[in-house]
Ligand binder design. Structure first.
Ligand code: BDR
Ligand code: CA
Length: 325
């Protein structure tokens, strides 16, 4: 078996963040070595509380969680998305309170420390606004030299946004930070709405999670309830998009890519109607994937398989007593 990849996760936990976390904990390809939180779906402090509570329920209270940016680079935190993720960010579900508290260090300090400890091997996975990453790059411009790669859930290349006609939530919450991340000299896999909206969870999948012998897996099934209510208005049935779980699965290398061109991507940071748009140069892609020489940003547009069976199977495997000691 290959050595698991050390991963720093930056998140705004969040229902689909919680599902991604569950996947990362269960995946043998991933060694989750630290987590930073940021305001997005909920505040950075509440996201840390949610993450710590989930980790303890999963028996992984050993993983450090550091609170990151409350406010975004150019504006204050606007209060999150309770209509999507519930008042507490995890669908209103009250979890047993973890005994472990957040680290004394900030998310930026944790990321930089981990980048030294796992120099050349650390993978950065972001599933929220990327404020912490921009701040880390400002604090330590040499950071990219120690990072093996970055996977970022965010953006909308050719499909509509989910906050404005052109902007996706993670990018819209902090376009200036996203612009910094995409301009840095490292390999980025961008996972936009173009592909995340194609992967969904059904009521039958949620029902299967609810029957797990593992309390953590059951909790994941419970907190999806509120999220399914929101997506009823998007898909016409109770379901949800697997934004953050897809990014986690891609970071684990568990699914192949059929369309993922390496192209320049810039973020609109203007104050106009285009604010937060990810402008990917997809000209010339009609006859198959054509990579732009020099671009280090891979825009995922299509995977070679549906991820849902793999996701559900991986989460349910945890319910097997021998897998959680
Ligand atoms: C992204 O925004 C958040 O609401 C989700 O957690 C996901 O990271 C999808 O646009
Ligand atoms: Ca998220």
């Amino acid at each position: 078996m290959t050595t698991p990849t050390p991963v720093y996760l930056d998140c705004d936990t969040g229902v689909d963040d919680a599902v991604a976390l569950a996947y990362l904990l269960a995946s043998p390809a991933i060694d989750l070595v630290g987590i930073g939180t940021v305001s997005g779906n909920t505040s950075a402090a509440q996201a840390a509380r949610n993450t710590l509570d989930l980790l303890q329920l999963a028996g992984r209270g050993d993983i450090p969680v550091a609170i990151g940016a409350h406010d975004h680079l150019s504006h204050g935190f606007s209060g999150g998305a309770p209509h999507v993720h519930g008042d507490n960010g995890i669908g209103g579900v009250i979890l047993p309170r973890a005994t472990r508290e957040p680290e004394a260090s900030t998310a930026v300090e944790l990321l930089i420390e981990l980048s030294h400890r796992f120099s050349g091997r650390l993978h950065v996975l972001t599933i929220g606004p990327v404020t912490n990453i921009a701040l880390a790059l400002a604090a330590d411009p040499a950071l990219p030299e120690r990072i093996a790669g970055v996977t970022t859930m965010g953006g909308a290349a050719v499909v509509p946004g989910n906050i404005t006609p052109v902007a996706e939530a993670n990018i819209f919450n902090d376009p200036e930070a996203a612009a910094v991340l995409l301009a840095a000299d490292w390999d980025v896999t961008l996972v936009p709405l173009d592909v995340t909206m194609d992967h969904t969870l059904s009521e039958a999948d949620r029902g299967a999670l609810l029957t797990s012998a593992d309390p953590f897996t059951r909790a994941i099934g419970e907190l999806l309830d509120h999220y399914f209510d929101f997506y009823l208005g998007e898909y016409g049935i109770r379901t949800c998009a697997l934004h953050d779980p897809l990014a986690a699965i891609l970071a684990a290398g568990a699914v192949g890519l059929t369309r993922a061109p390496r192209v320049p991507v810039v973020v609109d940071t203007s104050a106009g109607p285009g604010r937060g748009q990810t402008i990917a140069d997809l000209r010339g892609q009609r006859m198959g994937v054509r990579d732009h020489a020099g671009s280090r940003i891979r825009v995922v547009l299509e995977t070679d398989a549906a991820i849902t069976p793999h996701l559900v199977e991986t989460l349910l495997a945890v319910g097997t007593p021998s897998l959680r000691s």
